[in-house]
Design a protein around this ligand. Sequence first.
Ligand code: AMP
Length: 433
Amino acid sequence: MSFSDLGLVPELLRAVADKGYDVPSPIQLQAIPAVLAGRDVLAGAQTGTGKTAGFVLPILQKLAASAAVRAPRALVLTPTRELAAQVAQSARDYGKYLPLRVMQVFGGVNINPQISGLRNGCDILVATPGRLLDLAQQRAVDLSGVSILVLDEADRMLDMGFIHDIKRVIKLLPPRRQNLLFSATYSDDIRGLAERLLNNPLSIQVAPRNAPIELVEQCAYRVPKDQKRHLLVHLIKDGGWHQVLIFTRTKHGANRLSQQIEGAGIPASAIHGNKSQAARVKALDMFKRGQITALVATEVAARGLDIKELPQVVNYELPNVPEDYVHRIGRTGRAGSLGRAVSLVSSDENALLRDIERLLKRTIPVLPTPAFVQAPDAPRPAQDRSADSHGGSQAHGARRPQSGQSHGARSGERRHWNNADSRQAHSRRQRSR
Ligand code: AMP
């Protein structure tokens, strides 16, 4: 089946062809006709399935067919600013041959340009809930004309505590409207929200519930916590990885690790909620362009990032919530390309690994940990190398440990070979006692 079989207008077919899409993805096949027909939709779909076009294309078509007003007629709520920016960009790309205006609003940036932008009117508004409520409170946005509401990555919005904000936003909308809810996972909270929000919805499930996409090859290495960074550096260098997204649990941890691996000669940057929007966009852009090899991210910051054909994801620390593992590895193996997800598991994370395996209903193969050099951390250069001031490829000056060299040339530096396998065997022995 092709896009033209889905009943899309020529302007959208042209835009889709410009994007180079040949055939609709499974979610698009089901969602596009349903949304065009005016149905509510409950879709279990992860990022990477083509879900954005699944709701944006029919929304554009419906809005183009009805009379414009100044106020938004479709509202898309997203958990993060990155996802809001991506969805808005997709809507602009797909709608480029239609006379429709798309706006994005999210926190972390000056509200005033958003207020004046909204004054000029828009058809589709993509927003994070908090900023949208701020704008509504300042009477800068009129939501009374919204006829289609999309909750994108609804599970993540609930995880981030947005449920009250979402309820407040819904109160500002007209009661008669079409509702579309997209979620990668189904918790009881999501089911409850769907029951309250959706009217006789079409349920679409494009990947097995709570299961990672098939295309991701998963494995784990056991390694003591304090040696994870050395193993990581080894894996990146030895594997010739050129683009790797690394997850840490905390913002501080993301910063520190980004500095450590950059100190080992791998161009890197961190992306998390404490970074300014400009810094996050810049880091992501550099990563996409291949100017940095590693992007170290927290869970929330990485949600919805659309990085084409990302080959490698590393769970530097396992997530506390097993569903987050699914989201994380969904960053790779996207749109038909093969990806690899590697987890570095320290002994205190065994229970987390078991939870993940229980959720996946499969074991994650633990590979023999390769021998790696415990390289000393290079001192940070005086100039900050964060995304705010990153000047491009920064790989120089790193001290590559020499094979077989057991002591650093300078006093105070220690280099030695480390084989975590022996530690692993040791800890297995300990556990079996
Ligand atoms: P999404 O799940 O919406 O984030 O989309 C994931 C990626 O798939 C994006 O890079 C889209 O540009 C791409 N994509 C969406 N639909 C198609 C399609 N029908 N064929 C090929 N790529 C697509």
